[in-house]
Design a protein around this ligand. Sequence first.
Ligand code: PAF
Length: 291
Amino acid sequence: MNVPIVRTISDLRRIVAEWHREGARVAVVPTMGALHEGHLSLVRAAVDRADRVIVTLFVNPKQFDSATDLTGYPRNEAEDVVKLAPLGVHVLYAPDAAEMYPQGFATTISVGGVSEGMCGAYRPGHFDGVATVVTKLFLQTGAHLAFFGEKDFQQLHVVRRLVRDLDLPVEIVACPTVREPDGLALSSRNVRLSAPERQVAPKLAGILFDTARRIEAGAAAEGALAEARRAILDAGYDEVEYLELRGADDLAPLAAADRPARLLVAAWIGETRLIDNVPVQYASGGIGPKI
Ligand code: PAF
């Protein structure tokens, strides 16, 4: 099925108003394109839960902290359309930058708390850009449901916070990270990896999962994280930006997995920055963590 492409807010509003009149449940899957199986899993989940599905494609300049990262971001709308065609998407909403941020645009949505530290510390302004565009996309699409991947775990928390704080009438649905068979988390940035870097890249996920198991089994978090950092560098990564244990439901920094937690990492391999995260279970009454 061909996916109709909508470029303007007014055209989108007309279509969505009709859906609302029919009583349809509308879902949105926000993306920056360069679609991979991770995005498509969000689309499939949206198609399962909603009557009408909008996929958005907008490479949001406000969330890039480096001009070279923005210009080098992979873009291929024609291929994206082909990937979406069999999935039952009702509209691909792909506005240009002038439609999203017209002359004189001067408003920023800034979420505190969960946006601080980790990617928020290393990518100044990134989450303001995400929160601003996501708020606009929610208002433009009038969606009842919005689908986000756990791969961007801090982003998911930022979006949840802004929806709560601004009383936006949209339910956020989180979907699990999709991985290559060798464990590498799918990301639009993976296409930038050279062949040798691609060999090294999946070791990050292996180290994260091992470290999570060690912490669950009672290893002290500080020591386990220090060893994991060394292992990531020894594996061939060039830099570990952060590797942190945080509360799964509030992203509070943790010294031990004394409640459900998440291990989150950002690391550089050559010119490519990869992020990943894995759950750390807490079995109350089980082996306690040694602090
Ligand atoms: O996760 C992404 O692709 C982007 O941050 C999002 C949510 C589409 C906002 O531009």
